[in-house]
Design a protein around this ligand. Structure first.
Ligand SMILES: [Cu+2]
Length: 188
């Protein structure tokens, strides 16, 4: 039975069907209950409902706009444009990923340095995920072979060892695909 469920298409289909049954029954119940009602002469518009709908509409649009305005500064393209506009020196770092390692042109940096990671993969889809020394993920890039380089600008704010991990499943040793960058306190 387990083999049927987990290893065959028909098994998966049966599970899907069983999961759908409550929803199908509920749908049929609602449709038939509505169908058995007598149609009312003319629908009257409830003004309190209309007012509620308008308030809801305004709330949704406001939340949408606020979230976008607040989060736009974290957009990679905006971060890059800001770094360029500020006249900061951007250090180019080239990354080549292949199963299951990275070739990184520079792995030691100073706090405050702004780096542009330009990365590509030579064989299959890989990820380039950068982790802060505390373990918090800073960003990840998806590297797809044949579609050009992925690039991202990042400024190192803290010293320590930054872990790089592949976050796109790329085969048997995907879990071992990692590297490190070392960031030291700036001398000045
Ligand atoms: Cu991987």
């Amino acid at each position: 039975m387990q083999e049927f469920i987990y290893q065959s298409g028909w098994g998966a289909f049966t599970v899907l069907l069983l999961m759908q049954i409550p929803f199908i029954l509920f749908f049929l119940f609602v449709v038939f209950r509505q169908g058995s009602k007598k149609p009312s002469p003319s629908p009257t518009i409830d003004t309190s409902i209309t007012r509620l709908k308008n308030i809801w509409m305004v709330a949704v649009v406001t939340i949408f706009v606020v979230i976008n305005v607040v989060s736009i500064k974290y957009f990679p393209s905006v971060v890059e444009a800001q770094a360029e506009a500020s006249g900061l020196e951007i250090h180019p770092v080239n990354v080549t990923a292949e199963s299951w390692s990275y070739d990184i042109s520079q792995t030691e940096f100073k706090v405050g340095q702004t780096v542009r990671f330009t990365a590509k993969s030579t064989d299959t889809v890989h990820g380039f995920g950068l982790y802060h020394p505390t373990g918090k993920i800073l960003f990840t890039m998806m590297l797809i072979p044949g579609i050009g380089d992925a690039s991202l600008v990042h400024t190192f704010k803290d010293s320590g060892t930054y872990k790089i991990r592949c976050l796109e499943y790329c085969g048997a040793s995907h879990h071992e695909m990692s590297d490190e960058l070392v960031v030291t306190a700036s001398s000045n």
